[in-house]
Ligand binder design. Structure first.
Ligand code: GZL
Length: 347
């Protein structure tokens, strides 16, 4: 009997020991190696401490304005990406005014945000406030537009398009389109916002390519500030002074091209036929104009880089090396492609 009891005791003690050992091993390591969910899989998101508090960032986003279809799509893409990633968004629309952007950046600094996303309305005049952000230890991520500042330690990276290349693409399309035409081709140009990176660089790229073709002449060039209304107003003035003499419009964005199309029709000419129309951005309005035969080509400038921007921010906070410049993939689209592609366009 005693032997039986003894055996049972040993069995009981062994089972108790196994229970204690298994209880120890299932307590998880929620500490130094990061938090683990109840299923034991690693938690998602950026690196976190025990409470995951460092996962959530407060991000200040200073946007140029709401001047075009591109801008509206770009704002939504970045805002949605920040919120979808679980971060807190502080947003400022500068209504295309530099002083409003400087105020917004100073406000973000005063609020001690963790990071700033910034699309500078113009290339110059931001050095002081970017130095203030650096002194406050707040990393700045440039989105869409760049600044012309020597000290590139004032921002972590630039994520956006190559505007010079966009200008080259526009000019190369025109060279191909007019290859069989003898005589001068008179071009009017609607420039973007004066002093902005896209306006400076799209002009630079276009002129660089047409320089080898003396029959391609820019006879008028003026800013339309990237808006439909101003684009229409300036095109009306071009038509008034040179109407019968204009062969091509090169607009630095589709919104100004669409405004100009209205002016051309009101003047009595056929946009897309009497005057070839070149735009930039590849927004929905451009596809609608091309499908209607009123516009010939649009060079894509993709605004939908919000998720990519948040990935770069999180990678930075995870201690990863970030390249100083990250280009956005983009293409170009012509009138004959518009009808088929219009339903697929995301912006
Ligand atoms: C270019 C962007 C320009 C767009 C315009 O990336 O900065 O500003 O081409 C917008 O539509 O206003």
């Amino acid at each position: 009997m005693r032997k039986l009891l003894k055996g049972k005791m040993i069995l009981f003690l062994m089972m108790a020991l196994m229970l204690i050992l298994s209880a120890c091993s299932s307590s998880g390591t929620g500490g130094e190696s990061g938090s683990s969910s109840s299923s034991g899989e690693a938690s998602s998101g950026a690196s976190s401490g025990d409470d995951g508090a460092s996962d959530k960032l407060v991000i200040g986003f200073s946007q140029v304005g709401a001047e075009s279809e591109f801008r509206t799509a770009n704002t939504k893409s970045i805002q949605d990406a920040i919120k979808d990633a679980g971060h807190e968004l502080k947003f400022s629309d500068a209504q295309q005014k530099q002083e409003n952007q400087i105020k917004a950046l100073r406000s973000f600094i005063a609020q001690k945000v963790d990071a700033i996303v910034f699309s500078p309305v113009v290339e110059t005049g931001f050095e002081t406030v970017l130095q203030e952000a650096k002194d406050a230890g707040i990393p700045v991520f440039l989105g869409d537009r760049a600044v012309d500042i020597e000290d590139d330690s004032l921002w972590v990276t630039f994520l956006g398009s190559d505007f010079v290349e966009e200008g080259r693409k526009a000019a190369n399309w025109l060279i191909e389109e007019t290859a069989d035409i003898d005589g001068d081709i008179n071009i009017v140009e609607l420039q973007g916002t004066v002093g902005s990176a896209p306006a400076i660089d799209r002009k630079k790229g276009f002129e660089e390519v047409i320089a080898d073709h003396e029959n391609l002449k820019i006879i008028k060039s003026q800013t339309g500030d990237f808006t439909r209304a101003k684009g229409k107003e300036v095109m009306e003035a071009f038509l008034k002074s040179d109407g019968e003499n204009i062969d091509v419009l090169y607009a630095h964005n589709d919104d100004m091209a669409i405004g100009a199309i209205q002016a051309i029709e009101e003047y009595g000419l056929k946009p897309g036929e009497d005057i070839k129309i070149i735009g930039v951005d590849a927004v929905r309005g451009a596809f609608e104009a091309m499908a209607a035969g009123k516009m010939n080509v649009t060079i894509e400038c993709n605004p939908l880089f919000g998720p990519q921007m948040v990935d770069l921010i999180e990678a930075h906070f995870a201690g990863e090396e970030i390249p100083k410049r990250v280009d956005v993939e983009e293409s170009m689209y012509t009138m004959d492609q518009a009808e088929e592609l219009l339903p697929t366009r995301e912006y």
